[in-house]
Design a protein around this ligand. Sequence first.
Ligand code: FES
Length: 81
Amino acid sequence: MRIECPGNVRLQDHLLGQGIHILTACGGRGNCGKCAVKVVEGTAAINTMDRLWFTEAQLAEGMRLGCQVYAKGPLVVEIGD
Ligand code: FES
């Protein structure tokens, strides 16, 4: 599923506002890796927790921990299958 996210919002807050729930087994602390999303348009900063869960190649493809993404600008993300 592709989701558009506006800027200046936490991705997770936007998804919840749309009634979309991603797996957040660790409560959004970056410890479980269950909330993986793929950023296909726009730019999402890579943080320390992303680097624990994804390879450089995956990060380059846009993989991020959904719970950690703050959209500074508009994003399009792929969630799930
Ligand atoms: S919810 Fe656990 S890493 Fe994102």
